[in-house]
Design a binder for this molecule. Sequence first.
Ligand code: ME8
Length: 521
Amino acid sequence: MESKSEKIIYLTTPLYYVNAKPHIGHAYTNVLCDTFTRYYRWTGKKVFFLTGTDEHGTKIEKTARESKEEPLAYVERMVPLFKDLWRLLGIDYDYFIRTTDEVHKTEVAQILRKLEETGDIYKSEYKGWYCTPCETFWTGLQLAEGRCPDCSRDVQELSENNYFFKLSKYQPWLLDYIQTHPEFILPEIRRNEILGFLREPLEDLCITRPKARLQWGIEYPNSKDHVVYVWFDALINYVSAIGVSSDPERFLSLWPADLHLVGKDILRQHAVYWPIMLKACGLEMPKTVLAHGWWTLSGAKVSKSRGNIVDPVALSRAYGVDAFRYFMLREVKVGSDGAFSEDLLRQRYSSDLANDLGNLWFRVASMMDKYFACAVPDSEGAGEELLTRRTLELWGKVNQAMLRHDPQAALDAVWEVITAANQYVEEKKPCVLAKDAGRKAELARTMAALADCLAHLAAVLLPFLPDTARKILNRMNLSSRTVFPDAGSFAAVLAVSGTLLERGDALFPRLEDEKDEPEKN
Ligand code: ME8
């Protein structure tokens, strides 16, 4: 069994409903999680990244019937759309769990049996209101003008016999846990929302649906007449995927999860239901539940049930995967909402990627070709350049930002150095130095400092723009060097002098309708 210090960092995304193809919101969560995963790997840590699909429940059953398919056939057809998108976006997950997996179903039944044994489940009559799009029950008091308080859509009145999980019993414990563990729910605004929610008495959770109303689910272990509530089923994935009862050794090497990354829409399930389920099972709490904000379009949340979809496949094909990833990571701070517009994406592409980064590469590579036949000159003295100092400081800044779960701040820091490097070219004017035979050493120092800076920029960008970063490292013949995010050792590893550089084509070609604008350089 692995000791605590060797624990693998365990990161998860939500399991997405397969009732429609994935959109920018799903892509965002997975790109974020992928970036954190790559970041931790880049710092030399072992990481396990879990994602998957949520395939049971009323919503899926209804959509399958509408398309005249059996639910199983329907989900089989839909799951590849998610897997294909993750492949396209370079999402480097370790395991893809489906709630229809036999192993998952067995683990869910095991957990239910355990909770029956501990006396945390009871049978009773349920009366309430149900919102199918949100798969959520509401009491009459919780409704907003007779509608779902979350999505404002119509709800149905229900009265039926069901099994209940004793959430209320654990309310005082949960309140205390959240108050004494400030890093458990992030960002703070969402933590305060949950604390506010917990000031009101918590109702027990109805965890089954009668088969008379819903067949498409995991059968409840003690009753042929009920299936398990889709949220209760899906939340268990975080432990079923790593063998909570079937493979204790593996489970202990991963649990507790270090980060459950979710959208703010599903925080209550992850910050109230899930910790109580774990507590009742005697399992440890995940370290952090991080709720990011929503992508909106014309002021409304991008959502498959609203139909205002932004298609990640089309955007990645039009602008490239790295540009799409970059846009999402740079445009909004994790936790805030982001208003999507293709114009903003184009602006980011043209100004940050084509002009700043792409142009820096183009200038340095062309000058290196012209003045040094592509061989990076000896970097002696380059270390004293202000640019080199700023480049080395970047490692610490990126690290700190990522530890705060703030990839936007990490990219802000990277772009400050890119801007500084472009300014450095303008101030040093290598083309003037090249004309003066007496200033050869200065030219070499300048170009060495720039090459060094580019190598560091590429290495630091690996978690964010993996393809572009690799391309630059390949073109600098540095791809096989080990990369450590520590300025001192990294600088030693990345002694770029003498390496042969390949110019290649533009990293970010100009967009079609901007081609007539003059090239900067
Ligand atoms: O809720 N902006 O699945 P889901 C940002 N199956 N992120 C968004 C988004 C938007 N406009 N829309 C969706 C479910 N997301 C359950 C989860 S977990 C055990 C079960 C992302 O398909 C975001 O991560 O509705 C959100 O929490 C998730 O997709 C909801 O996906």
